[in-house]
Write a protein that binds this ligand. Structure first.
Ligand code: A3P
Length: 301
């Protein structure tokens, strides 16, 4: 197993000492200095070579990205958790748009399962002429807002969210890392009917993980028997991931992710927004949602 030092030196994002807390824009989208540069983003968009066998997990942050990485890692090993228990999650499926991810990819065996939070207009151009597959995980944006509020307090990559009302407004305005949730979803939904695009929600995973895993297997053309599916479900549960130090982000040094301020695997539930939104905030959110999503037929959360 790798030493802790070597794991930490390849953490998924850059030291706060090298960072400024103002986001910069690349093609209209907010990114943090340190883990992103215009050059790395341009490489991801224009020059990254997507291979036909690749699978990409694409999400807006806090949608269940790491949950999907864990599921796909376990599918790869037919439910055997050894790989998940021995290699940090961010090295199993690097974020291909980050500086660190682009160097970590070199150590990942092909076919790749890579991760991205990029909106569609910045995603690798070569994907659109390939047979590679995307699994897009969407989550109730109200729960994302809450999850991101707590995550932003503990992670150096994100601006300090300050108060909940301030963060609430910033989220709705897209003044957060990766900018607007609405734009992200609307962009990716343009290709939702493509055969190499699989759409699933956090809520569906949460409601019936076993059936979700079976659907993912079908999409990826993976043949697992019932007992192997059971193992995938067992080892990708919230509690299993919380116990697994390779998946719970506790290996990340405090400077990057301050575990005294919260935990990455925070609650893992649906509907936590009800514990945080006032009635007025909820009505305001619904108004913004209805306006921004009016051209897209999508059930309101
Ligand atoms: P909460 O903060 O609401 O608990 P991402 O991986 O995109 O950053 O998403 C993180 C969110 O997914 C966190 O939400 C985290 O707890 C939740 N999550 C991660 N693994 C999970 C699992 N196995 N089951 C349920 N939720 C999970």
């Amino acid at each position: 197993m790798e030493s802790l030092l070597s794991v930490q030196s390849r953490a998924p994002f850059t030291s706060p000492k090298e960072m400024s807390f103002e986001y910069f824009k690349y093609k209209g989208v907010n990114f943090s200095h340190g883990s992103y540069t215009s050059e790395a983003l341009s490489f991801a968009e224009n020059f990254f070579e997507v291979l036909d066998d690749d699978v990409y997990i694409v999400t807006y942050p806090k949608s269940g990205t790491n949950w999907m990485i864990e599921i796909l890692s376990l599918l790869r090993t037919k439910g055997d958790p050894t790989w998940c228990n021995s290699l940090p999650i961010w090295l199993r499926s690097p974020w291909y748009e980050t500086i660190e991810g682009q160097s970590q990819i070199k150590d990942v065996a092909s076919p790749w399962v890579l991760t991205s939070h990029l909106p569609i207009h910045i995603f690798a151009k070569s994907f659109f002429t390939s047979k590679a597959k995307i699994i897009y995980v969407m989550r109730n944006p109200k729960d994302i807002l809450v999850s991101l509020f707590y995550f932003s307090k503990m992670v150096c990559l994100y601006k300090d969210p300050k108060t909940f009302p301030e963060f609430f407004e910033n989220f709705l305005q897209g003044n957060v890392l990766y900018s607007s949730w609405f734009d992200h979803v609307k962009g990716w939904m343009q290709i939702k009917d493509n055969s190499n695009f699989f759409f699933i929600t956090y809520e569906e995973l949460h409601g019936d993980l076993r059936n979700s895993v079976i659907k993912i297997c079908d999409f990826l053309e993976k043949n697992l028997d019932d007992s192997q599916i059971d193992l995938v479900v067992k080892h990708s549960s919230f509690n299993a991931m919380k116990e697994n130090k390779m998946s719970n982000y506790t290996l990340i040094p405090q400077d990057f992710m301050d575990q005294t301020k919260g935990s990455f695997l925070r609650k893992g539930v649906t509907g936590d927004w009800k514990n945080h939104f006032t009635v007025a905030q909820n009505e305001y959110f619904d108004e913004v949602y209805a306006e921004k999503m009016k051209d897209l037929f999508m059930e309101q959360f």
